[in-house]
Write a protein that binds this ligand. Structure first.
Ligand SMILES: CC(C)(COP(=O)(O)OP(=O)(O)OC[C@H]1O[C@@H](n2cnc3c(N)ncnc32)[C@H](O)[C@@H]1OP(=O)(O)O)[C@@H](O)C(=O)NCCC(=O)NCCS
Length: 288
């Protein structure tokens, strides 16, 4: 599929970005839409608003972020939102938007991009950890409170705060696809510590037991492959997954672990998703 990426320039471009948000997130209540004036002024003040376009020059995806600082005063780019229209997903548009963002931010002399993301959304995790090489060591329960859009409605908005250290060796290697991605078989072979066990009930994978009593160097945590399908089948089960993830990530981050990898593989006809957690962050960032 052919597409191109460019910055939003005109008021009409920004207006289109409001319309695209409604379709991407299933927004009926306009209070959830980031308004065009805010995107425009942020863009003019060191931020970035990008659109992805199909061959007919229609907007099929967007990304918006602004300048910020960490608690320690380190300059960063805060990537507030990225979305792709449903018909154009899983075709590399999200990855292309992030790569353009990296190039822009790098030219500003900034080396860190952060964003929040629902840890249970598999496609986002594949893109962020698997393809881009982010890490995560912060978990925020119900970060945005209740949200009215179709993807988030009815559940607490628990979020990872991910860090994309765009000039580190890990990211360079990941983007050039120069390192071998971890596979499920490798994990099983190496006798890994699994933080949870899961079970399939009525075609939906659910959390079963938790085993947090460990000092192992590498930990694995299974999450659902399709959280929106879990949610569509039962809000109660979706909430059970959120509470399960909150307990596991909360404890592990407190114990000094960070999320370093994500594995998504189809085995016996079922896609299974796993986070990998490790302790030594400087090794993780500089490895390769
Ligand atoms: C998140 C989003 C922006 C990703 O964009 P995209 O263009 O679909 O992403 P990409 O095609 O670049 O990458 C998706 C990856 O997920 C993988 N994937 C697909 N289904 C998956 C699943 N169920 N579990 C795990 N990974 C999966 C794909 O195989 C692909 O990886 P690959 O290229 O190695 O095969 C898009 O899905 C979206 O708009 N979602 C709704 C809005 C949203 O959640 N935005 C982010 C928070 S602000």
């Amino acid at each position: 599929m052919a597409f191109s990426i460019r910055t939003l320039n005109t008021v009409e471009d920004f207006h289109r970005a409001e319309i695209a948000q409604r379709e991407i997130w299933g927004i009926e209540d306009d209070t959830e839409v980031v308004p065009k004036d805010l995107m425009l002024i942020a863009q003019k003040s060191g931020g970035l608003a990008l659109g992805a376009y199909n061959e007919s020059h229609e907007m099929i995806g967007l990304l918006f972020g602004f300048l910020g600082q960490t608690d320690e005063g380190h300059w960063k780019h805060c990537s507030h939102m990225m979305g792709v229209l449903p018909a154009y997903r899983r075709a590399g548009v999200g990855e292309a938007l992030k790569l353009s963002q990296r190039e822009f931010v790098s030219k500003q002399g900034i080396d860190l991009i952060t964003w929040t993301v629902n840890p249970l959304e598999g496609v986002n995790a594949s893109l962020n950890f698997g393809k881009l090489g982010v890490i995560c060591r912060r978990y925020h329960p119900n970060f945005y409170g209740d949200m009215a859009d179709g993807l988030n409605h009815g559940l607490p908005s628990d979020r990872f705060e991910v860090e994309w250290w765009i000039n580190r060796r890990r990211v360079e290697m990941r983007l050039q696809e120069k390192e071998k991605r971890l596979r499920l078989a490798d994990i099983q072979k190496n006798g890994a510590h699994f933080l949870n066990s899961t079970v399939v009930k009525n075609g939906i994978r659910l959390p079963q037991n938790t085993n947090l009593n460990t000092n192992a160097a590498t930990l694995f945590f299974e999450v659902p492959a399709d959280f929106q399908a879990v949610k569509a089948a039962s809000m109660q089960n979706a909430l059970a997954w959120i509470e399960h993830a909150r307990e596991i990530f909360g404890t592990c981050f407190q114990n000094g672990y960070a999320v370093s990898e994500f594995i998504s593989e189809v085995s016996d006809g079922e896609r299974r998703n796993f986070f990998v957690l490790q302790r030594d962050l400087s090794t993780i960032l500089n490895k390769g």
